[in-house]
Write a protein that binds this ligand. Structure first.
Ligand code: GDP
Ligand code: IMO
Ligand code: MG
Length: 423
């Protein structure tokens, strides 16, 4: 039986998963999303164009490749329809290559309304959600009230929809009022369902396991990052799904022993968008320079991303949780003209030094201890091999991988498809 390979983010999202999945997809038969929803924004750049995907897997631009939206995903037909329209405009032929799990849950308009009302209710304590309805949809899933893609095939779908909507309208009464034009949103939503219905729905757990037994190669594409995982992230400032490797088992229906390579992606520094703890954040000129050089503005919401140094205790934690076999570093070029680089190597809290994360990063005063490295002050545009990198860049990577205990097998030196060093 073939094993399924996994690509996921080891930080707080936006590590460059889309770019790496798009590159690696050429070696696979199927790319499958296993969790998250339109809160994700995965950017691909090639042929002088830029594409941002939210729900559609990042293998869609590779001809002949099947792209699957797994049961663990939450899907908003409205966002999805817009994505499909922009694929059509780019002449991407997706109709026969984009499959949707019947067990994926649907985001309905009142889920987005609830998301906005819940955030308004939290005031200063808000999560900084993307307001795509993610939290309320997963709540209905675990609360056993949700609507699934397969329900669209049932004759009583409208009844099911009305029951869920009415429950939401009752719930909304406990929240502060927020602007939401339900009639208009519902109209757009029902129109968009037709684009979804035009695709093939599958029993994805059978589809995936059959494909593996036929020797097909599958790449599972993560969304968000491990520090946003509902169980292990900086709770409550997290998303509502399991973003770690374990999420592949539940989000696609594959057994743990069928997990193959796990490629963990980290930026050469660290970013976070939305609220919550971020120990190595640099609210100073360094942070501003990282944001500017890295063009750190959200792909989904356009918000400025918070920036800081790479955090090795944090990465060791997520390498452990995911069983990472290969590391990929992205955006190393963003550091090109920093004279000095830093990495957090341990934390000081509760009067002691530790290389473990505390139970609650939100309520622990953590003071990271840093190591410094000299920068390389050169462009990496011409470097196509590891050996061709400037000496100081190699030293930086070698030092980090020694501390992390896993090799960097890929190094991304720019947003474009071809700017990737395979080691
Ligand atoms: P994702 O959510 O993990 O797919 O990442 P995003 O697409 O949200 O954010 C990553 C951003 O960095 C995008 O704008 C990419 O085009 C860009 N990017 C990816 N890899 C590199 C790289 O190696 N260097 C630079 N400068 N930009 C990169
Ligand atoms: P990709 O796949 C970065 C963050 C939000 C917020 C928190 C909860 O592009 O890496 P949610 O909408 O899920 O309720 O928001 O999680 N968040 C992300 N941050 N990248 C993402 O996805 C994210 N998806 C959600 O900013 O802090
Ligand atoms: Mg993103």
């Amino acid at each position: 039986m073939q094993k399924i390979d996994v690509i996921l983010g080891l930080q707080w999202g936006d590590e460059g998963k889309g770019k790496i999945v798009d590159y690696l997809a050429q070696d696979y038969d199927i790319v499958a999303r296993f969790q998250g929803g339109p809160n994700a924004g995965h950017t691909l750049k090639f042929g002088g164009n830029k594409y941002i995907l939210h729900t559609v897997p990042s293998g869609i631009f590779r001809e002949n490749l099947i792209n699957l939206i797994g049961n663990g995903v939450v899907l908003d037909p409205l966002v999805f329809q817009r994505e499909l329209q922009s694929l059509e405009q780019s002449s991407v032929n997706f109709q026969k290559r984009l499959l949707v799990s019947r067990k994926a849950h649907l985001i309905v308009p009142t889920h987005r309304w609830l998301d906005a009302a819940s955030e308004a209710h939290k005031g200063k304590a808000k999560i900084g959600s993307t307001l795509k309805g993610i939290g309320p949809t997963y709540m209905d899933k675990t609360g056993r009230n949700g609507l699934r893609v397969g329900d669209l095939e049932a004759s009583n779908f409208m009844e099911q929809y009305e029951a869920l909507k009415n429950k939401h309208l009752e719930l909304l009464q406990i929240y502060p009022e927020v602007d939401f034009d339900l009639k208009a949103e519902e109209k757009k939503w029902f129109d968009s369902i037709e684009a979804l219905r035009a695709l093939t729905f599958v029993d994805s757990e059978y589809y995936v396991n059959n494909a593996l037994s036929e020797g097909k190669k599958i790449l599972a594409e993560g969304a968000q990052g491990s520090m946003l995982d509902i169980d292990f992230g900086t709770y409550p400032f997290v998303t509502s799904s399991n973003t770690i490797t374990a999420g592949v088992c539940t989000g696609l229906g594959v057994a743990p022993q069928l997990i193959g390579r796990v490629i963990g992606i980290t930026k050469a520094y660290c970013t976070r968008v939305g609220s919550g703890p971020f120990p190595t954040e640099q609210e100073n000129e360094t942070g501003e320079k990282l944001r500017e050089q890295g063009m750190e503005f959200g792909s989904t919401t356009g918000r400025a991303r918070r920036c800081g140094w790479i955090d090795l205790p944090q990465l060791r934690y997520t390498i452990l949780l995911n069983g990472v076999t290969d590391l990929c570093m992205t955006k190393i070029d963003v550091l090109n003209d920093f004279p000095e680089l830093k990495a957090a190597v341990s934390y000081r809290y509760d009067g002691k030094e530790s290389d473990q994360l505390p139970f609650d990063l939100c309520h622990t005063d953590v003071d990271p201890s840093y190591e410094s490295y000299p920068g390389w002050n050169a462009s990496l545009d011409e470097a196509r091999t590891f050996d061709a990198l400037p000496e100081n860049a190699k030293n930086y990577l070698n030092r980090l991988e020694k501390i992390l205990g896993v090799p960097f097998s890929m190094i991304s030196t720019g947003p474009e498809r071809e700017k990737l060093i395979i080691r």
